[in-house]
Design a protein around this ligand. Structure first.
Ligand SMILES: Nc1ncnc2c1ncn2[C@@H]1O[C@H](COP(=O)(O)OP(=O)(O)O)[C@@H](O)[C@H]1O
Ligand SMILES: [Mg+2]
Length: 567
C-alpha cells in the first residue's frame, strides 16, 4: 500500500518543488519532501522484493507440505494409482521446478510488484481528480479496459486441457529417462538417446506452441486497447497543454497532473495477470488433489485388536476385487490358509498373486466378499494393529538409501536380532551394519539384485523374529540363482515354521516343500493340495511342474532339497 502511494506522492512533491522554484520561495522544505519520498521509494523496492520472494518460497513449502501429507496420510494406496489424479499429481509435484511454470518465488515477486503498480496507478488517478473529474475516469477507465480486452491472453485457458497435461507428463517422462541413472543402461543399449531427446523436445515444443497460440489471442484486442488508451491520453494531455498555455493551471500543477497522468498507466494489464494465473494452477492442483486423494485412499478404520492373529485361519470368502477403473482381478475368490502352515501360491504373470498379498496387507479393500482372520472381517481390525502382525517381502520391495541396519529394521531392533536375520537370509557378509546401501554416500555401496533380495528377506525375517504372525513372500527369490533359491527356501521354512507363511512364485518347480500349494489362474483357484496330491492329479500343476523342472535335475538331499543345473 505504501509503495503504491509513493509515486503519486512523488508527483505532488515535484509539483510543489517546481512551484517553489517558479515563485522564488525557499526550497528547503519541498526539496526535503521530494528527497524523503524518493529515498523511501528506493528503499522499499528491494525490501518488498525480498519479502515477496520469501512469501513465494514459504507458499511453495506450504504447498509441498500439504501435498506430501495428502499423499502419505491415507492408509490405502489407491489414490496414488488413480489415473484420474495422475495429471494433477505431476503438476502439483513439480510446480516449483520451473518445468510447468515459473517457481513460486518468481511468480510471487511479479504478483507483489503488480499489486503495487495497480495501487500506484489508482493513487495517481485519485490525484487527477484535483484537475478535472473526467480525466481520471477516462485514463483509469482506458487502462482498466485493457484487463478486460486482453483477459484471454493472460489466462492460459488451455492449461488444463488433456493435450497440455499429456504433453507435460510425456515431457517429464522423457526428461526422467534422460537424467536418471536407472534407465541409463537400456536407453544406451537400445540406442534410444535420440528417441528420448526427440520426445522431450517435441513435447516441450508443443507446450510452447500452445502457450504461444494463447498469447496470440492478444493480437486483435491489442489494437482496441491501443486505440482506447491513446485516445484517452491524447484527450487529457491536450487539455493539460491548453490549460497550461492559457495560464489556467500553474506550472507546479502541470507537473503534478502530467506525472499523475503518466502514472495511471501502471494500472495496465501485465505481469500480475500472467503470474497470478501461472501461480494459481499448482495451488489449485494441490488443493484439488487434497480433496480427491482422501476418499480414494481411505479405508474404514477398524477398532479390533490383532493380538496373536492369525491363530486359526485366514479365509478369502467370495472376494471380488478390481483396481480403480480396471476389470476384476479376483472374482468370487475363495481360499483358506490354515494358521501356522505354509501355503504356496503359484501362477503365471498377471494371475493376481501380488494382488492377493496386497489385499492381505489391507492396502485395498475388496469390492465384494471379505477377508476374514480367525472369523473376523479384516475391515473390523485396526489397520496399524493388523499390519504389525504382517511381515513381507514384496516383488518391488523398497531399497532404502540408508545403512544396512535400517534396511533390515526400519523401526529399529537390537543388533543381535539384525545379525540373526541377516544370517538367516544368507546375507551376513554383505556389508557392515553402518554401511549406507547406496552410491553417492561416503563409503556407501550398492548391491546386486540378488543381494538386495536377501536384505529384503532379512527385513521380513526380522519382523518374524519380532513376532509377526503372517509372512508374505512375493517372489522372494526371483532374482537369485537356482542354488541360492534352494538354499533360501530352506532358510525361509526354518525361520518361519512357527508363523503362517504365504509363498508366492511363478516357478511351479520351486514350491514343492510348502504344506499346501494353490494354483492361481485369472484370479481363480484352479488346483489346491500338497505337492504329491497335485502331481497325482495330473492337471495344470503337473504340466507346469514338469515343464519348468525339466531344466533342473532335482536331487533329494539329506536335509531337504537341492537343485542342480543340468548341463
Ligand atoms: N496397481 C494396479 N493398478 C491396476 N491394475 C493392476 C495393478 N497391479 C496389478 N494390476 C493388474 O492386475 C492383474 C494381476 O496383477 P498381479 O496381482 O500383480 O499379478 P501377479 O503378481 O500374479 O503377476 C494384472 O492384470 C495387472 O495388470
Ligand atoms: Mg506379482
Amino acid at each position: 500500500m505504501l509503495r503504491g502511494a509513493l509515486p503519486a506522492a512523488f508527483a505532488i512533491a515535484m509539483g510543489v518543488l517546481v512551484g517553489a522554484v517558479q515563485g522564488g520561495r525557499p526550497l528547503i522544505v519541498p526539496l526535503a519532501f521530494a528527497g524523503a519520498v524518493f529515498i523511501v521509494l528506493q528503499v522499499l523496492a528491494p525490501v518488498h522484493q525480498a519479502l515477496s520472494a520469501n512469501l513465494g518460497d514459504r507458499t511453495a513449502a506450504w504447498l509441498y507440505d500439504r501435498l506430501t501429507e495428502a499423499c502419505i496420510a491415507p492408509p490405502g494406496m489407491g489414490h496414488l494409482e488413480n489415473p484420474a489424479l495422475a495429471n494433477d499429481l505431476v503438476v502439483a509435484r513439480d510446480f516449483d521446478l520451473g518445468m510447468t511454470g515459473p517457481p513460486l518465488f518468481i511468480s510471487m515477486d511479479f504478483i507483489a510488484g503488480g499489486l503495487v503498480e495497480l495501487i500506484g496507478g489508482l493513487a495517481c488517478a485519485l490525484v487527477l481528480f484535483g484537475y478535472r473529474w473526467w480525466a481520471p475516469l477516462a485514463l483509469a477507465g482506458s487502462w482498466l479496459a485493457t484487463h478486460w480486452l486482453l483477459r484471454e491472453s493472460g489466462v492460459w485457458y488451455d492449461r488444463n486441457t488433456p493435450p497440455v497435461r499429456a504433453a507435460q507428463r510425456d515431457a517429464e517422462y522423457a526428461y526422467r529417462l534422460a537424467v536418471d541413472p536407472g534407465p541409463a543402461k537400456e536407453v544406451r543399449l537400445f540406442g534410444l538417446a535420440d528417441w528420448v531427446l526427440e520426445r522431450f523436445v517435441a513435447r516441450r515444443t508443443l507446450l510452447h506452441r500452445l502457450q504461444y497460440d494463447a498469447t496470440r489471442l492478444r493480437e486483435q484486442p491489442l489494437v482496441w486497447s491501443t486505440v482506447l488508451v491513446v485516445a484517452a491520453n491524447v484527450l487529457v494531455f491536450w487539455m493539460l497543454a491548453r490549460d497550461a498555455s492559457s495560464g489556467r493551471i500553474s506550472l507546479g500543477a502541470l507537473v503534478v497532473f502530467a506525472q499523475a497522468a503518466v502514472g495511471v498507466s501502471m494500472i495496465a494489464f501485465g505481469g500480475l495477470n500472467w503470474a497470478l494465473n501461472g501461480a494459481a494452477a499448482p495451488v489449485a492442483a494441490v488443493l484439488r488433489l487434497e480433496g480427491a486423494m482422501r476418499p480414494s485412499g481411505t479405508l474404514a478404520p477398524g477398532i479390533r485388536l490383532a493380538l496373536g492373529m492369525p491363530a486359526h485361519e485366514i479365509r478369502f470368502r467370495d472376494v471380488t476385487f478390481a483396481y480403480p477403473g480396471g476389470a476384476p482381478v479376483l472374482e468370487h475368490f475363495d481360499l483358506v490358509i490354515p494358521a501356522g502352515s505354509s501355503m504356496a501360491i503359484v501362477g503365471q504373470n498377471g494371475a493376481g498373486k501380488t494382488t492377493l498379498a496386497k489385499l492381505l496387507c489391507r492396502l485395498y479393500d475388496p469390492q465384494a466378499g471379505a477377508i476374514e482372520v480367525d472369523g473376523i472381517d479384516l475391515r473390523e481390525i485396526a489397520i496399524d494393529a493388523w499390519r504389525e502382525r504382517v511381515a513381507a517381502v514384496f516383488q518391488d520391495f523398497i531399497r532404502f538409501e540408508l545403512p544396512l541396519r535400517d534396511n533390515v529394521a526400519p523401526n529399529g531392533a537390537p543388533d543381535d536380532l539384525i545379525y540373526a536375520a541377516l544370517e538367516a537370509a544368507g546375507a551376513s557378509r554383505l556389508a557392515r551394519l553402518d554401511t549406507v546401501l547406496a552410491r553417492g554416500y561416503d563409503d556407501g555401496t550398492d548391491l546386486s539384485g540378488g543381494q538386495w533380495q536377501r536384505v529384503a528377506l532379512a527385513r521380513a525375517l526380522c519382523g518374524v523374529a519380532r513376532g509377526a504372525g503372517l509372512v508374505l513372500l512375493d517372489e522372494p527369490t526371483a532374482q537369485l540363482d537356482v542354488r541360492g533359491e534352494a538354499e533360501i527356501f530352506d532358510r525361509i521354512l526354518t525361520a518361519t515354521r512357527r508363523s503362517t507363511t504365504l509363498l508366492i512364485s511363478h516357478r511351479f518347480s520351486t514350491v514343492r516343500h510348502a504344506n499346501r500349494i494353490c494354483v492361481l489362474e485369472h484370479g481363480r483357484v484352479v488346483e489346491l493340495g500338497s505337492h504329491d496330491e497335485l502331481i497325482a492329479l495330473g492337471g495344470r500343476y503337473r504340466t507346469m511342474f514338469d515343464l519348468q523342472a525339466k531344466r533342473f535335475a532335482v536331487v533329494e538331499g539329506e536335509e531337504g532339497m537341492t537343485y542342480d543345473v543340468l548341463a
